[in-house]
Design a protein around this ligand. Structure first.
Ligand code: SIN
Length: 286
């Protein structure tokens, strides 16, 4: 069923009850009309992840679209494409059986101003598999008990990049950019600047401990929050086709690339192109 009411510029079909929607009737290679842009922003606030199929986007076209939501930032540890240092490719060559960004995360959480969103364009995809899963961190927060909400509302999380080589070293098609390791402390519960809603902001990929606590002290609650957040009732799964573009809000969702590369799939390349959009310093709940 399509939900068309609030969006006069295009049609929106939810992917799951939790988050994600397929948007049809918009060509992202053309300059967006103000009404279309307003609708995309509203739909992003409503669904958190938007999937636009059958798009034909050059690197410049992808920048043009993504910049509507904020300035682009380069990946700190992976070189950009020749035409644009802020846009980089995520490449899995045939035979590679691991996937970049396999763990649930929000992009670049270790930056002081982590990204508000990312726009990921599928250049080359396997005939099946290699989907991306998302979860809704508003729902994860809202489903906690009042008692635990009170605890998490005041905690802060240390987020670290880890060894910077991990971003490129084992991937044949990804090229290392040398930069210092990243580290930032952010609120565990952040407030979205448009919706005013609270969401959890923690991930198994980057969050190492709670500020002021040891790793051992932090681990039980962190593990609980991860297991809680990635329940399928809070999630959705995107299946990619060549020419699909997904735009997501990194402030209120986690995602990971599903590493189901085996059998015939390993004979295929997967090439995605990501534009990463600058966000604000996360707004704490208190
Ligand atoms: C990403 O984490 O930005 C990439 C996800 C994917 O390749 O599916």
């Amino acid at each position: 069923m399509s939900v068309t009411k609030p969006y006069s510029s295009f049609e929106v079909a939810p992917i799951s009850g939790a988050l994600g929607a397929v948007v049809t009737g918009i060509d992202l290679s053309k300059d967006l009309e103000p009404a279309q842009l307003k609708d995309v922003k509203s739909a992003l606030n409503e669904f958190l992840v938007l999937l636009f199929r059958d798009q034909s986007l050059t690197v410049a076209g992808q920048r043009n679209f993504a910049e509507h939501f904020g300035p682009l930032i380069p990946h700190p540890y992976v070189h950009g494409v020749d035409e644009d240092p802020d846009i980089f490719q995520i490449v899995r060559e045939p035979g590679e059986d691991y996937s970049w960004d396999n763990f649930y995360h929000s992009d670049l959480m270790f930056l002081e101003r982590p990204p508000m969103g990312s726009a990921l364009y599928a250049e080359e995809v396997p005939p099946y598999g290699a989907d991306t899963e998302f979860c809704n961190m508003y729902l994860a927060y809202e489903a906690l008990s009042d008692g635990l909400k009170q605890v998490v509302d005041s905690l802060r999380v240390v987020n670290e990049s880890g060894d910077t080589k991990q971003w490129s070293a084992t991937y044949e098609g990804m090229h290392e950019k040398k930069n210092e390791e990243g580290r930032s402390v952010h609120p565990l519960v952040r407030v979205h600047p448009d919706t005013g809603r609270k969401s959890l902001y923690v991930s198994p990929a980057f969050s190492t401990r709670f500020d002021g606590m040891t790793v051992a002290e932090s681990k039980p609650l962190m593990d609980y929050l991860y297991e809680h957040a990635i329940q399928s009732r809070f999630g959705c799964r995107l299946h990619w086709e060549k020419g699909s573009l997904a735009l997501w809000d990194n402030r209120v969702s986690l995602h990971h690339a599903v590493a189901d590369y085996f059998g015939e799939v390993t004979a295929h390349r997967r090439v995605m192109r990501r534009a990463t959009i600058q966000g604000e310093v996360p707004i704490p709940a208190h």
